[in-house]
Design a protein around this ligand. Structure first.
Ligand code: 4AD
Ligand code: MG
Length: 480
């Protein structure tokens, strides 16, 4: 094998820069047609490079192994393609199989596999066009998020993954312990003696980096977190994971209006970025969605193709509604009157996904920001409004997903916050550090959390959150 030839990635070989040169290519076989045309993919692009193999000059033990999934290395000269369908192809001079893939056993064949089947093969599903595209887009989106905040002068803050605080107060945390579960140390009263645990106190995996991000924002001015978060909620839905990634900006000297503007700008920026930098993958995913929806009744199909929908979100201002207005609209809606909603629609009760989807999909037909929710259904840290009933909260809802962003202005008044802690049964000694930021130089501030997988779903058109994270963690599922 001519190791002197430079290894070039397929994405670069598809344009004509390297035509006439001898190059080295490595990748995985997608197909081998007519004993001559070998389609090779190396992950750099959704497109394959066509390798033209000369049967006579290729050892038969190599030819025998050219099955879908095999890893190959080839040296040859890049030429402009004779056939249609590709710009360039490689005239193979030397070909080597690095690792074969027995066609009887390799599960990812060129036929269309169901997403459910591929979830069971998550270790190999990267090899398909769909998952290659999804995970390249996922990468581009995280890069876009970092660009957006960096360009706006935010600092990324690495908040802890192991924490003692339950930011959302939902009590859905995974316990972190080194205690021997078979032999738990007990106090005299019979409780587990947490003082003997690793941290000398109870510790959990974080549900959100917000509380710590607030501390950073009260000095650095504007910060954001982008890290894994964990929720032990036992909801087996297509939009919930037990381990997911969240982006949480936090800004000082800002109110709910600023928060909403930031959320809208952020979403529009990352969508534009993906349309520009993931054009090829999104084109593929758009076609995939159209294919997948072919069997569905007209009413369950998207009216517009994926990229058109994303562009429409970028082009129009988001609709704003208060929670109270949303409840009124829902109570006047057809599904409410025809008793089609499963969950009640009453002031004071949280909106369910069926309500959110009616608002964005049927009523508005685009993203909606719902604000000023009842205090009782939101977290303790949200700023109390003057009406004494609602808090300065905002949720961004989008078609197909429902809630993609949840945020609020934070309660910066120490006395009000202490009262809230009491109402929510949060001992002040658990959050003494949080309270101190209100004692020393408190200031209005706000922030939000954007679920990264929900964003990836939205951009790729994938309908199950398990298909946009490499190895999903859900109830009863932690394989790989
Ligand atoms: O609305 P949530 O619970 O808000 C917070 O955690 C705040 N501390 C955020 C903040 O103000 N800094 O979660 C924020 C977002 C949701 O809108 C949703 O997109 C996503 O996180 N999310 C989930 N994504 C996947 N699986 C789950 N189980 C999720 N729970 C929330
Ligand atoms: Mg929320």
């Amino acid at each position: 094998m001519d190791k002197a030839a430079k290894r070039i990635r397929v994405s670069e070989l598809l344009n004509t820069t390297y035509v006439g040169q001898t190059v080295r290519v490595c990748g995985w076989v997608r197909t081998f047609r007519n004993d001559r045309f070998l389609a090779v993919n190396d992950g750099s692009t959704i497109q394959n490079l066509q390798l033209v193999v000369e049967k006579d000059s290729t050892p038969s033990e190599v030819l025998k192994q050219l099955h879908t999934g095999a890893a190959v290395e080839a040296v040859g000269s890049l030429v402009e393609s004779q056939g249609g369908g590709q710009s360039t192809e490689l005239q193979v001079q030397e070909l080597r199989v690095l690792g074969g893939a027995d066609p009887e056993e390799f599960p990812i064949q060129m036929k269309r596999h169901s997403l459910e089947f591929l979830r069971e093969k998550a270790h190999l599903r990267f090899r398909t066009n769909t998952f290659g595209a999804v995970f390249r887009v996922r990468h581009v989106l995280q890069y876009a998020v970092h660009s957006f905040f960096h360009e706006r002068g935010f600092y990324q803050l690495h908040t802890p993954i192991i924490t003692g605080s339950d930011a959302e107060g939902a009590g859905e945390m995974f316990r972190v312990t080194t205690l021997d579960l078979e032999n738990l140390p007990r106090t005299e009263s019979g409780n587990v003696d947490v003082q003997q645990d690793f941290f000398g106190k109870e510790a959990n995996l974080t549900v959100s980096g917000q509380l710590e991000a607030e501390l950073g924002a009260m000095a650095l001015g504007q910060v954001y977190t982008f890290g894994p978060t964990f929720r032990a909620e036992n909801s087996n839905t297509s939009r919930h994971l037990a381990e997911f990634w969240m982006i949480e900006p936090e800004i000082a000297f800002a109110d709910l209006k600023d928060d909403m503007a930031l959320a809208e700008d952020c979403l529009k920026f990352v969508l534009s970025y993906a349309l520009k930098h993931s054009a090829e993958d999104l084109e593929f995913l758009e076609k995939r969605e159209i294919e997948a929806e072919k069997g569905l009744p007209q009413t369950d199909r998207h009216e517009h193709p994926l990229r058109t929908r994303l562009q429409a979100v970028i082009d129009a201002p988001f609709t704003h509604l208060t929670y109270t207005e949303a409840i009124d609209l829902l109570r006047q809606s057809k599904p409410y009157k025809k008793k089609k909603f499963k969950f009640p629609v009453e002031w004071g009760v949280d909106l369910q996904s069926e309500h959110e989807r009616w608002l964005v999909e049927s009523h508005v037909g685009g993203p909606v920001i719902v604000t000023d929710y009842p205090a009782g259904i939101k977290a303790f840290y949200m700023r109390a409004n003057d009406d004494g009933q609602t808090v300065a909260a905002m949720d961004v809802l989008v078609p197909g997903i429902g809630e993609i962003i949840g945020g609020s202005q934070r309660e910066e008044r120490l006395d009000v916050l202490k009262k809230k802690c009491a109402e929510f049964d949060i001992p002040e000694e658990h959050v003494w550090w949080y309270l101190e930021t209100r004692k020393f130089g408190t200031a209005p501030h706000c922030g939000f959390g954007m679920g990264f997988e929900r964003l990836v779903m939205y951009v790729t058109g994938m309908t199950n959150i398990r298909d946009v994270i490499p190895f999903p963690r859900t109830p009863l599922n932690a394989e790989f």
